[in-house]
Ligand binder design. Sequence first.
Ligand SMILES: Nc1ncnc2c1ncn2[C@@H]1O[C@H](COP(=O)(O)OP(=O)(O)OP(=O)(O)O)[C@@H](O)[C@H]1O
Ligand SMILES: [Mg+2]
Length: 487
Amino acid sequence: MNSRGRFPPGLAGGRGGNFNPNPNYQNRNYQHQNHQGQRNSNSNVQVHQQQQFQQQQWLRRNPGGADSGNDEVEKTVQSEAVDSGSQDWKAQLKLPPQDTRYRTEDVTATKGNEFEDYFLKRELLMGIYEKGFERPSPVQEESIPIALTGSDILARAKNGTGKTAAFCIPALERIDQDKNVIQVVILVPTRELALQTSQVCKELGKHLKIEVMVTTGGTSLKDDIMRLYQPVHLLVGTPGRILDLAKKGICDLKNCGMLVMDEADKLLSPEFQPSIQHLISFLPTNRQILMFSATFPVTVKDFKDRYLQKTYVINLMDELTLKGITQFYAFVEERQKVHCLNTLFSKLQINQSIIFCNSVNRVELLARKITELGYSCFYIHAKMLQDHRNRVFHDFRNGACRNLVCTDLFTRGIDIQAVNVVINFDFPKSAETYLHRVGRSGRFGHLGLAVNLITYEDRFNLYRIEQELGTEIKQIPPQIDQAIYCQ
Ligand SMILES: Nc1ncnc2c1ncn2[C@@H]1O[C@H](COP(=O)(O)OP(=O)(O)OP(=O)(O)O)[C@@H](O)[C@H]1O
Ligand SMILES: [Mg+2]
């Protein structure tokens, strides 16, 4: 048997042992492979639109450039100035350490664009590079140039492939920082995702003078009202709170030309859709709407037909599941689940894990059991006080604890790079939920493992979800090769 297949003794879920919240936890030097030209999903129309856009941008930034086409001297001087300028600002960038982990084609199969191809403001480019982004991912290549032209977009791309920056970058580019009005609203379904997304906007826009505000339920309305007396250009939040502020006339959306709906299918579920429709009525009629998700059930079509105009549809999901995630199931009885989890903890090389349960009660019970077993664990669900939720989210992200037990509150959008294992302690009911849950590991094309505890009652669901996703969830073998989820 392959010796790599054996679980190293004592490596386990680390009973209090140290682990590394740094994503480079295996620190193997796998080369970032750029499979240029492998993907061929863009139509001629899009290429044309992109070229047209780039020409327009070039002309906008170089007035007279077209007329002075024959003036070679002027051209050379100009390009030398640009070149030496570009060297200066690039040399001064504070780049984070490179992430040397292996990445799958889900993020490397690009057309070979560079962020500079989009003629973004230099301050924005600086934020992008300082966040550690070297090149746009496939969904960013498709979305950024189109969003910059002002078109409505419905984009579907796999989990963890960079949808957030695919809308944040054009949003930040299109904001006029001299106009002190809300110009962009980004809607997300959960408070934690709102915090995470506003943080991404702040980081990408850190060299711009753009004011980002986050507003969600569970926080003081009065504080939000006070904050809105100050300039805000970009507002990120959950629909209920933003609608509340808009209805009270405190949050003025009449100049908001861009509405982003992240996890758009979730935002169109019955629980949110009425608020979304009401919110749209506060926006100008010529607004741009960008919808992003990894899953778009047919119900989204009605909304798209009603509210979006000449929508540009991007679909990068020729298959649904991520190439980097290996999925297993373990057939167990309900009363054996905790024992099975204990075995997983002792056998797997968990850097950080997220463990999903199907109810608030079960989250709390399981968290207690895990602690009794002697493993470190946090838990989070929507019935906790917001301050407490924020602390758990912040501390888990910073690596204060190895395991997090949660409800579907953390199923969508949450991005914690160090998570390499997801465990469905309770199996989900829908294929969408399953896909988003397992997508919490294997972020940005990295490797990950999903283990599903399956009871007799779950067996039909397992089969149905496998069919719906066109994927294979294999029976868990006695040994799991670390190479499939740890490098
Ligand atoms: N161009 C890039 N280069 C390197 N890393 C990137 C790039 N774009 C995004 N990332 C990183 O990839 C990770 C996943 O990005 P993001 O959260 O936007 O994925 P997503 O597509 O929204 O996933 P989900 O469907 O789960 O919401 C983040 O940690 C982000 O910083
Ligand atoms: Mg996302």
